[in-house]
Design a protein around this ligand. Structure first.
Ligand SMILES: Nc1nc2c(ncn2[C@@H]2O[C@H](COP(=O)(O)OP(=O)(O)OP(=O)(O)O)[C@@H](O)[C@H]2O)c(=O)[nH]1
Ligand SMILES: [Mg+2]
Length: 380
């Protein structure tokens, strides 16, 4: 159990990937009934995406996590139209989603400079309001950081995800022979000879029950949502978290990983995925690999050989299955080229889908009589 206390201690270490804030727009200024003057509107609160910013900085700089914009100026003889209250900008990293405390999505900030209004200031007093000002909008909001990478590494602890990232890129994640070595997501860049780069997110290992927040749970599964594709990394010899938990073969691991993703969010299984079978340098690797291959070739029949609790509702489809050794480099050049191929194929499919969508939209705008009968995709 020593490791349990170590995890608990480090789990809530330095990495902050969500923060809750109280935001309030400024109150408007008083109108001036005698001269029909308008009070200034209260200031607004915005969340603004800024490069090299961390959520932790918000917590550190504003421990009370309250952001209240300025009050609008009252209308006066010198200034009949009162000035607007000061706006507040809360700087956040790119790749943020903002939700209200009821879980309603307010917006996403994906590019540097993206801005989202989270609390509007109250209107200043005017003849319509009897010269009385309104209060600003009040909200509790939550900012969630989601990594954006081309590929997300998904696997049980100790499968060799970080070792693989190190072997494929210049990233230097921690590697060690115990579960939960990786405690926060890290992005590495895989470089190609023609300078093309693919970003790969190394994520903490998942365990059974991750969808119910076991282990790192939701905290990291949400990062998987944003990657274009997934790369399942499986130890060819199987996995056992602790002596009192069941041993899982490589095939069971594949099923269980699919199941965790499915239980977290069903749509995740429709992402293109590559299956990497790691540790092929180990002495028993070949026989385990053959066994796994046989199960994968006959997935539908094979799953019935296993206990119900490991079987997902639908089976993940893998674009490629690649045996490798992150340690000796076996299979890595092939994996590297398949990663690129797979992403390029997806781009082509996406572009084609967008093109077809565009044609359909245009078609809707054109009167039916002027559309030729050829070359226009039919809605499915
Ligand atoms: N024999 C062998 N060992 C490997 C290979 N790849 C990784 N390992 C070892 O497996 C252990 C776990 O490797 P990591 O890369 O830390 O595994 P991980 O999947 O990132 O683990 P977590 O971060 O805990 O989820 C380390 O002792 C590695 O040296 C491999 O291809 N062959
Ligand atoms: Mg790791």
């Amino acid at each position: 159990m020593v490791w349990t206390s170590r995890i608990c201690f480090r789990k809530y270490g330095n990495f902050v990937d969500n923060v809750r804030l109280y935001v309030r727009g400024g109150t408007g200024g008083m109108g001036l009934p005698r001269l029909g003057g308008h009070g200034g509107d209260g200031g607004d609160v915005w969340v603004v995406a800024k490069k090299d910013t961390r959520l932790k900085q918000i917590k550190d700089k504003h421990p009370d996590k309250r952001f209240i914009a300025g009050v609008g100026s009252n209308s006066s003889i010198q200034s009949l139209r009162g000035a607007k209250g000061e706006d507040i900008e809360v700087f956040a990293p790119t790749g943020i989603s903002v939700t209200s405390d009821h879980g309603k999505m307010l917006g996403e900030l994906n590019r540097e400079g993206d801005k989202l209004l989270v609390a509007k200031g109250g209107r200043g007093g005017s003849p319509q309001s009897g010269f009385l000002p309104n209060k600003g909008q009040t909200r509790n909001i939550r900012l969630d950081l989601k990594l954006i990478a081309d590929l997300g590494l998904v696997g049980f602890p100790n499968a060799g995800k970080s070792s693989l990232l190190t072997a494929l890129s210049h990233a230097k994640p921690n590697i060690a022979n115990y579960a939960f070595t990786t405690l926060k997501p890290e992005i590495g860049k895989v470089m190609y000879d023609d300078h093309k780069q693919v970003s790969v997110a190394d994520l903490p290992g998942l365990i059974e029950g991750a969808h119910m927040n076991k282990g790192m749970g939701h905290k990291f599964l949400k990062h998987v949502e944003r990657t274009k594709q997934l790369m399942f990394v499986v130890d060819v010899c199987g996995f056992q978290l602790a002596s009192n938990t069941p041993f899982r073969s490589a095939f069971e691991t594949v099923l269980l990983l699919s199941k965790e993703l499915e239980l977290y969010k069903e749509g995740l299984l429709s992402k293109p995925a590559i299956l990497v079978i790691n540790k092929m340098d180990l002495p028993e690797a070949q026989s385990h690999f053959q066994e796994l291959e046989a199960h994968l070739e006959n997935k539908e029949e094979s799953i019935h050989l296993f206990a119900e609790d490991v079987i997902p509702k639908s089976l993940m489809h893998f674009t490629h299955i690649v045996p490798v050794s992150a340690m000796t480099g076996l299979g890595l050049p092939l994996l590297k080229s398949l990663i690129r191929q797979s992403l390029e194929e997806q781009d082509t499919i996406d572009t084609e889908a967008q093109r077809n969508q565009k044609i359909l939209e245009l078609r809707r705008e054109i009167p039916p009589s002027s559309i030729p009968s050829w070359g226009v995709p039919q809605p499915t």
